[in-house]
Design a protein. Structure first.
Length: 92
């Protein structure tokens, strides 16, 4: 009788261990999926950050181009004025 009770307890424990093992395997599978999703999310976040940095730099680059163009125009005009002044006929 004691042997039958022991066998029954062992059977119940084995069933609980099997159920627990199944849960552990499900958790491991879910963890693998979550890890893959996190890696994808990290890559996407890096792409978004790079795009935001480019967008933030764009107005600055446009402003720099405008300033360079204005300075070039003034310098070109001044040099042209100097050339015209030195080539002007001398009045007596």
């Amino acid at each position: 009788m004691a042997t039958e009770a022991g066998q029954e307890r062992i059977g119940k424990l084995e069933a609980k261990i099997d159920a627990l093992w199944d849960k552990i395997m499900d958790m491991a599978s879910n963890l693998a999926v979550m890890t893959a999703n996190l890696e994808n999310l990290t890559r996407n976040l890096d792409d978004v950050k790079r795009d935001v940095d480019e967008i933030k730099a764009s107005p600055k680059n446009k402003w720099d181009t405008v300033v360079k163009t204005i300075i070039t125009a003034f310098v070109t005009g001044f040099v042209a004025y100097l050339i015209a002044k030195t080539n002007a006929p001398v009045s007596k």
